[in-house]
Design a protein around this ligand. Structure first.
Ligand code: SF4
Length: 320
């Protein structure tokens, strides 16, 4: 399997002035292989979206690096970098209501990438847009309508067509279903699954719902307060979580997996995620961890392979 995207010690801080900064993403390394779906989970405020945006150049990087097909991407994108990389790396946004320009027709929205990044003529773009509307389960005649004329699920399909019409190799899906009714979530997931199979896409799939992430992903990465705490095969992380945070996250998952016969204990996560401005010393999870030891509050655990399971990475002193 060849590596498509590699984040190495990627760091993104937001400066608040007076020596205060939001540590949104800290020293995160993650490999995403070609044609792989990596699910990224964690509570709100864990840095998932910031990480996804930094991967595709929508956030400048404070430190570390991102490479795509072995080539290092710029730390700060300029216009020419967007022109160069947008056809290869795209993002599907969380909110289908606010991510579509209400003053543009659906045809203009979906075709915008081709107008900016391809040599196609106007009629060729119109043909591609019509084909993509059909491909995402809408009607080619819908191209002259405006976003407000569509339901949430339909708008997310428009967002999917807008991102994929350039046939990118890599797509960050930032909570693509969380704003949708449960009844349409599965439709959008199945659409992404079909397109992944037919286009050979590689995805970073960011979501809250662990059972959904387990369903769509090959591997799962768990993020807490800007750092990765566990990475492994999606089924194994879901059914046999090793990090105390993952165990609680899986146990508190609101939708237990109905397809599984493997029972999971029900747990609820205690307290709030700490502020990413005032980070606790040592393990960032220590204040909420039921297994915290004295040295956890002093020494920061590193993400490293488990002795008995080398393709599972865990950042916890229980495995030192
Ligand atoms: Fe809990 Fe310590 Fe592991 Fe952190 S390092 S998750 S506090 S046991």
């Amino acid at each position: 399997m060849s590596v498509l995207v590699q984040a190495s010690n990627l760091t993104k801080h937001f400066d608040l002035g007076k020596d205060r900064r939001v540590h949104a993403v800290d020293d995160v390394s993650l490999t995403i292989n070609e044609r792989e779906i990596v699910g990224l989970v964690g509570e709100s405020g864990s840095g998932k979206s910031t990480f996804g945006k930094a991967l595709v150049g929508l956030h400048d990087k404070t430190g570390g690096s991102v490479s795509f097909q072995g080539r290092a991407l710029p730390r700060r994108y300029r216009q020419r970098d967007f022109e160069r990389y947008a056809p290869h790396m795209q993002m599907i946004f969380q909110d289908p209501y606010s991510s579509l320009n209400p003053r543009m027709t659906v045809g203009e929205i979906i075709g915008e990438g081709l107008r900016l990044h391809s040599p196609l003529s106007g009629s060729e773009i119109r043909e591609r847009v019509a084909a993509w509307l059909e491909r995402v389960g809408l009607n080619a005649d819908h191209r002259s309508r405006y976003p407000h004329e569509f339901s949430g699920g339909q708008r997310q399909r428009i967002g999917v067509a807008r991102a994929l019409i350039l046939e990118p190799e890599f797509v960050v899906c930032d909570e693509p279903i969380s704003a949708l009714d449960v009844s349409v979530q599965a439709q959008v997931i199945n659409l992404l699954d079909d397109l992944k199979a037919s286009m050979g896409l590689t995805l970073l799939f960011i979501a809250h719902d662990l059972s959904m992430v387990r369903y769509v992903s090959d591997r799962m990465a768990v993020m807490y307060l800007g750092s990765l705490v566990e990475v492994g095969k999606a089924d194994e992380v879901f059914f046999e979580p090793r990090h105390p945070y993952t165990r609680i996250l899986v146990g508190s998952n609101p939708e237990p997996d109905p397809t599984s016969e493997r029972a999971r204990p029900s747990t609820a996560i205690q307290g709030e995620i700490p502020s990413p401005v005032n980070l606790p010393p040592g393990c960032r999870f220590a204040d909420r961890c039921p297994q915290a030891m004295d040295h956890c509050r002093v020494k920061t655990p590193k993400l490293k392979p488990l002795a008995d399971e080398s393709d599972r990475l865990v950042a916890c002193h229980l495995y030192d």
